[in-house]
Design a protein around this ligand. Structure first.
Ligand SMILES: NC(=O)c1ccc[n+]([C@@H]2O[C@H](COP(=O)([O-])OP(=O)(O)OC[C@H]3O[C@@H](n4cnc5c(N)ncnc54)[C@H](OP(=O)(O)O)[C@@H]3O)[C@@H](O)[C@H]2O)c1
Length: 308
C-alpha cells in the first residue's frame, strides 16, 4: 500500500471539496478519498478517473462516515446548508452533520481536520442578527471541534463570485441595462470575493506544506475585497451591459420572494460588519500569500464573458 497520506474529503463533488480533491491529486503527494451520496454521478466518476477513491457516505449516517474516514490521516469537510434536506427541511441539521463529522474524526484518530467555517454573526453583531443559521451553525461546529481538541485549521470562504448568477440574479431593465438587487447593502459596501472551485484547493494544499503553523487558525479564502459597486462596474465592462446595484429595503424586497426571508436579509445586513467580521480571517492578504495566483473578480469575469 502507498505510504502517501490519505485525505478524506467531505463535499468532494461540490465547489469547495472538488477544488481540494483536484489540487491535492495534482501535487502527487496524497491519496484522495471522496465522500458522496452517489458514487455513480458524473463528478464522482471524473474524480475516480483522476485517481481518487470514491465512497458512498451520507453525512446523517455515523457508520458510513466512519467507514469513509477509516485510515484517513487528514479530513477536509464542508457541509451544505442549501441542500433541500436542510434549508427546505430541518435547518438545524447542518450543525448535527458538522458535529458528527467531528465526532467521527476524533473516533477514527484523524490527525488533521480542515473545517469550512464562517463567522458567528450573532456574536459579531452583538445579538442584532440572530437568524443567519448557515454562518452561525458552521461557527458552532468550529467551537465544537476546538473543544474536542482535534488538530484543525478553519477555512473561511468568501462570497462566491457565482452568487451574482444564483442567489442574486440580475434584473434586466427596459433600456437593456441590468440591476443586481441586494437587500440592505449599497454599492459602497465591501465584500471579499472568491472563486471556490478554483481557490479553496490551492490554499489547503499550501497549508498542508507546513500545517503546524496553521494549527487552530482561521484562514481566509478570498482573492480580493472590493465594493459591490466596483463588482457591478467590472461586470459592466466584461459583459458589455451596464450593471448597477439596486439596494432593496423592507418594502422593495417584497418583489423578490427568494430574498425575502430572515436568513438572506440578515446575511446581507451582516455584510456591513465586514463578512468575516472581526475574526482573524478578515486579513485576506493571508490568502494571497498562501496562493499568489488566487482569482480576482476581473479574471473571473474575463473567463465568464470572454476576454476584453
Ligand atoms: N455561496 C457563498 O457565497 C458561500 C460562501 C461561503 C460558504 N458557503 C457555504 O458553502 C457550502 C456549500 O459548499 P459547496 O459550494 O462546496 O457545495 P456544493 O457545490 O453545493 O455541493 C454540495 C456538496 O455537499 C455534499 N453533500 C450535501 N449533503 C450531503 C449529505 N447529506 N451527505 C453527503 N454529502 C452531502 C454533496 O455531495 P453529493 O451530492 O455528491 O452527495 C456535494 O459534494 C454551504 O453550506 C454554504 O453555506 C457558501
Amino acid at each position: 500500500m502507498s505510504s502517501k497520506p490519505l485525505v478524506a474529503i467531505v463535499g468532494s463533488t461540490g465547489n469547495q471539496g472538488l477544488s481540494v480533491a483536484k489540487s491535492l491529486l495534482a501535487t502527487g503527494k496524497y491519496r484522495v478519498r471522496g465522500l458522496t451520496r452517489n458514487v455513480d454521478s458524473a463528478t464522482s466518476k471524473s474524480l475516480i478517473a483522476q485517481g481518487a477513491e470514491m465512497v458512498k457516505a451520507n453525512l446523517n449516517n455515523h457508520d458510513e462516515i466512519k467507514r469513509a474516514f477509516q485510515g484517513a490521516n487528514i479530513v477536509f469537510a464542508v457541509t451544505n446548508f442549501w441542500d433541500p434536506e436542510i434549508v427546505g427541511g430541518d435547518p438545524t441539521l447542518e450543525v448535527r452533520q458538522g458535529k458528527l463529522i467531528a465526532d467521527v474524526a476524533k473516533e477514527t484518530g484523524v490527525e488533521w481536520l480542515f473545517w469550512s467555517s464562517l463567522a458567528d454573526t450573532n456574536a459579531g453583531s452583538n445579538g442584532t442578527l440572530k437568524h443567519v443559521l448557515h454562518f452561525d451553525g458552521k461557527n458552532q461546529v468550529e467551537h465544537y471541534i476546538r473543544k474536542l481538541g482535534i488538530p484543525a485549521t478553519f477555512i473561511y470562504v468568501g462570497f462566491y463570485m457565482t452568487n451574482f448568477d444564483s442567489f442574486f440574479p440580475k434584473v434586466t431593465n427596459p433600456d437593456g441595462s441590468q440591476e443586481i438587487p441586494i437587500p440592505f447593502v449599497t454599492e459602497n459596501t465591501p465584500i471579499p470575493l472568491v472563486d471556490p472551485s478554483k481557490d479553496v484547493g490551492p490554499i489547503v494544499a499550501a497549508i498542508l506544506e507546513d500545517r503546524e503553523q496553521w494549527r487552530g487558525k482561521a484562514v481566509p479564502v478570498a482573492g480580493e475585497r472590493i465594493t459591490f459597486g466596483e463588482a457591478a462596474k467590472i461586470i459592466s465592462e466584461y459583459s458589455g451591459v451596464r450593471t448597477t446595484i439596486r439596494t432593496l429595503d423592507a418594502e422593495t424586497i417584497k418583489d423578490f420572494p427568494g430574498l425575502n426571508n430572515e436568513e438572506m436579509i440578515e446575511m446581507c445586513k451582516w455584510f456591513n460588519y465586514g463578512y468575516f467580521g472581526q475574526t482573524e480571517a478578515r486579513d485576506i492578504s493571508v490568502a494571497k500569500k498562501l496562493h499568489p495566483g488566487i482569482t480576482t473578480f476581473r479574471q473571473f469575469c474575463a473567463e465568464k464573458y470572454g476576454m476584453k
